[in-house]
Design a protein around this ligand. Structure first.
Ligand code: MN
Length: 235
């Protein structure tokens, strides 16, 4: 026989269910969505070519989003989180889908950030005074920073990313990660700047010349966004 308390609970649940059904997304509705690019596919020409942008955003990034939604479909509570919340808590993701969520959740987060970190040449702003000082203090000069960052990207074996992050001993540090991993997965903060060194990011135009791609990529780095990311990290 049900106690009064149990009867009350069941009654409350019955009342809640129809309300939940109305606000819950339809079963086939994706939890994460492909963000629009903040510029046209051809806006980063000639440094990043149109076909690469179309493919990279419309196909590669979309696939990460679709695969992340498919992996998390049986766990709708995870679909309500932000991409950063998902990848910062991988140890809590069910083991059967953890690698899929790591790769595709990382892919979604990294690319979403990456698009904002670029802008058409001429609209790239400049490093804030605070960021410029932090770069000088950490690497010696902007040129030395760029050389070290490029080196991290070039030397990343296979596919991955190079990142600028808040440092421990110095204000800033450079790290790199394989696949779609990123500093958040290691318990760190969101990266301030990142360069995608997967071949899909450059092969159509630069073929095997990853260093040439990174040299050209500097022309479209959105320094206003990197400066804002730095200001946020310092809060
Ligand atoms: Mn990519």
């Amino acid at each position: 026989m049900l106690t009064r308390r149990e009867t009350f609970r069941l009654g409350a649940a019955a009342l809640l269910v129809p309300a939940l059904a109305r606000i819950a997304p339809a079963a086939d509705e994706p939890g994460f969505t492909l963000p629009k690019l903040p510029y046209a596919n051809d806006a980063l020409e000639p440094h990043i070519d149109t076909l690469t942008m179309e493919t990279h955003h419309g196909k590669h990034h979309k696939t990460y989003v679709d695969n992340l939604n498919a992996a998390l479909k049986p766990y709708p509570e995870w679909l309500k989180k932000t991409p950063a919340e998902v990848i910062a808590n991988l140890k809590d993701v069910p083991e059967a889908i953890r690698m899929a969520v790591r790769n595709n959740g990382g892919g979604h987060f990294n690319h979403t950030a990456f698009w904002t970190m670029m802008a058409p040449a001429g609209k790239t702003g400049k490093a804030s005074d605070d960021l410029a000082k932090a770069i000088d203090a950490s690497f010696g000069s902007m040129d030395k920073f760029k050389a070290e960052f490029k080196d991290a990207g070039v030397k990343r074996f296979g596919s991955g990313w190079a990142w600028l992050v808040k440092g421990k001993e110095k204000p800033l540090a450079i790290v790199s990660s394989p696949n779609q991993d990123n500093p958040i997965m290691d318990g760190g903060l969101p990266p301030l700047l990142g360069v995608d060194v997967w071949e899909h990011a450059y092969y159509l135009k630069y073929k095997n010349l990853r260093a040439a791609y990174i040299d050209a990529w500097w022309n479209v780095v959105n320094w206003d966004v990197v400066s804002a990311n730095y200001a946020n990290a310092m809060k």
